[in-house]
Design a protein around this ligand. Structure first.
Ligand SMILES: NC(=O)c1ccc[n+]([C@@H]2O[C@H](COP(=O)([O-])OP(=O)(O)OC[C@H]3O[C@@H](n4cnc5c(N)ncnc54)[C@H](OP(=O)(O)O)[C@@H]3O)[C@@H](O)[C@H]2O)c1
Length: 262
């Protein structure tokens, strides 16, 4: 597919207050002079990012403070996307819950499911509807995870939520073919962000991908309208091995980086 021309266009980035979303917004402004429309719940973080984008790249950047779990948050995002004629969207907002499954409780799991599945799905449906109505072509990449391609003990609900994202995007990439709206999923392994720090990994930062490098891959997938992309050779080999080996063995291997309860 030909790359989507996004220079000087607005691009929605959710989950922009930290981590991969933040790094992706900076990459969009730096490499494409694309104008990031950044979303998150933490206004201070978004204001810092807006100031950095303005100062370093002289590119306009707009903020939406919104909770993806709330319908009014999603309505706010959709309204601004329509007004600004946004051309592409990187959906990076996400939440994890790590630890033994039975140590988690309904509230924590509800938050993960409402953010990664329910809120995400409704926002995506709104964006597809808006993009379909536009004259120009558009692209959406949802950030999934390698955790969604396998099963992940000690982060099981999160992994299952990302399996949902991957599965949904695979179906939509076919359903929307020929509409001018390209959709796909992006499946990183561990990234060196706040989320990885919260996951209580045994080997610390070992094997985690640098967030700026990961963001460059994510934006490449967005611009090149990939239906599925995995950043980095190590992650791609892990993915291929996970397809070739027995599933039970893959799940046992996936548990290795996590601390087991004593
Ligand atoms: N870190 C990893 O190892 C890893 C690996 C594979 C995939 N991923 C995926 O990569 C994406 C980015 O994660 P990250 O690693 O950059 O972690 P992060 O730094 O924790 O970023 C997550 C972002 O999601 C936003 N968010 C969370 N809940 C939200 C809600 N209810 N409404 C709106 N925004 C919400 C957060 O902003 P606010 O709190 O300000 O709202 C934050 O900006 C996620 O989808 C994650 O699942 C991460």
């Amino acid at each position: 597919m030909t790359p989507l021309p996004i220079r000087n266009s607005w691009v929605l980035v959710t989950g922009a207050s930290t981590g991969l979303g933040r790094a992706s917004a900076l990459h969009l402004a730096a490499l494409y002079q694309a104008k990031p429309l950044i979303v998150g719940r933490r206004l201070d973080n978004l204001l810092d990012l807006q100031a950095e984008i303005g100062a370093r790249f002289d590119v306009p950047c707009e903020i939406i403070v919104a909770d993806q779990r709330e319908i009014d948050g999603r309505e706010k995002i959709a309204a601004r996307v329509t007004e600004l004629e946004v051309k592409a969207a990187l959906l990076a907002a996400g939440l994890t819950s790590a630890g033994p499954f039975d140590a988690g409780r309904a509230n924590a799991y509800a938050e993960v499911i409402e953010t990664n599945i329910l809120g995400f799905t409704d926002l995506l449906a709104r964006l597809v509807e808006i993009f379909k109505r536009q004259q120009s072509e558009s692209s959406i990449i949802a950030v999934s995870s390698l955790a969604g391609e396998t099963s992940v003990p000690f982060q099981a609900v999160y992994g299952a939520s990302k399996a949902y994202v991957s599965n949904l995007m695979r179906a939509l990439s076919v359903e929307l073919a020929g509409t001018g709206v390209s959709v796909g999923s992006f499946a990183p392994g561990g990234i060196d962000t706040d989320m990885a720090a919260l996951s209580d990994l045994k080997w610390g930062k070992l094997g985690l991908m640098d967030v700026d490098r990961c963001a460059a891959h994510a934006i490449h997938a967005l611009v090149h309208r990939r239906s599925f992309a995995i950043p980095g050779m190590g992650n791609r080999l892990t993915y291929l091995a996970s397809r070739a080996l027995p599933r039970s063995l893959v799940s046992r291997l996936a548990a290795l980086p996590y601390r087991r309860p004593q």
